[in-house]
Write a protein that binds this ligand. Structure first.
Ligand code: 5GP
Ligand code: MG
Length: 185
């Protein structure tokens, strides 16, 4: 099996490029079916969603707009811990049909916060489009309208997703090997 070394960690291929592309095309067709004629505004979340968004949007062959957003994390001064603020929202989303394009939904807390923030701008609708979802890790209920694939509670890299900043530039998706000593080629 193909493996990937990212800094001090070993990863093994878990979702090959062909499978990713197949699921991306399926989801793109669902989006076209639902949003054709609505001139949707896609909001990919940087950095992780950049490759997914590039592939997805080339399959969404209807008039639409794209504007990237980012989450800025900082430690709150209160006991609330980490605060994640949505930055870079340049387009006026009021009355628009929004599609948030996210790499992976784990606990769902990030997406819940994002939905709350964007909802305050009164868009016509908001859909969530995720490349990956870890159903076993979800801590809050969030609507996930478009989902390419579900994965177990493992740490993955590749196809836009990083480990400590590295590993985003692969065509396949890789899963962390917990015990590399037991890894066989
Ligand atoms: P959540 O708020 O849903 O727990 O966290 C979502 C964010 O955590 C994702 O946007 C991503 O940045 C990061 N994340 C969650 N699981 C993974 C994973 O398996 N690999 C990588 N690289 N990032 C992950
Ligand atoms: Mg992300």
């Amino acid at each position: 099996m193909e493996k990937l070394q990212v800094k001090d960690k070993t990863f093994a291929i878990s979702i090959p490029e062909a499978e990713i592309q197949k699921q991306v095309r399926r989801v793109a067709a669902e989006i076209v079916r639902d949003l054709e004629g609505k001139h949707p505004l896609f909001l990919p979340v940087l950095n992780g969603a950049f490759i997914f968004a590039a592939d997805l949007l080339r399959e969404v062959n209807i008039p639409c707009e794209v504007s990237f957003i980012k989450l800025a994390s900082y430690q709150g001064t209160q006991s609330t811990g980490e605060i994640r603020e949505v930055i870079g929202l340049q387009a006026d989303i009021t009355g628009r049909h929004i599609v948030i394009v996210e790499d992976i939904i784990d606990s769902g807390l990030t997406m819940a916060h994002m939905l709350e923030t964007l909802q305050a701008h009164n868009p016509a609708s908001i859909s969530v489009c995720a490349l990956l979802v870890k159903p076993g890790a979800l801590k809050v209920e969030i609507p996930i309208h478009y989902k390419c694939m579900e994965i177990p509670n493992d740490f993955i890299v590749g196809y836009g997703l990083d480990y400590d900043g590295d590993g985003r530039n692969t065509r396949d998706i890789y899963t962390l090997v917990k015990d590399p000593e037991l890894f066989s080629e």
